[in-house]
Design a protein around this ligand. Sequence first.
Ligand code: ZN
Length: 106
Amino acid sequence: MSRFQSRTGERLRWRVIVQTAGRLDASRASRPLAWHLVECVAPTRLDAHCPEGQRMLETGGDPDGHCLIDDVCPRCAMEAVPVPPPPVAVTPPTVQDTPVDSKPGA
Ligand SMILES: [Zn+2]
């Protein structure tokens, strides 16, 4: 399903872009940094990022690495890769649906 194998130690390479487009405001705590992947083709273009990245770009200007590489967002792909599943088999709790004999007011 995914071409990205986070479990094999493959890492994403990052680059940070400092936005100096006149939006530097010392009174605001928002950092003028945008995190993109090294392979990001167009850090300033919304359509070069996955929906999550687009949302983050629009809200904070920082897609946090949600860049589309070959139409795939490695960030989302890595998060989609399941972490080694817990060894404990999850058994659904058995619901005791036995009818109550003593009805109140009966
Ligand atoms: Zn993404």
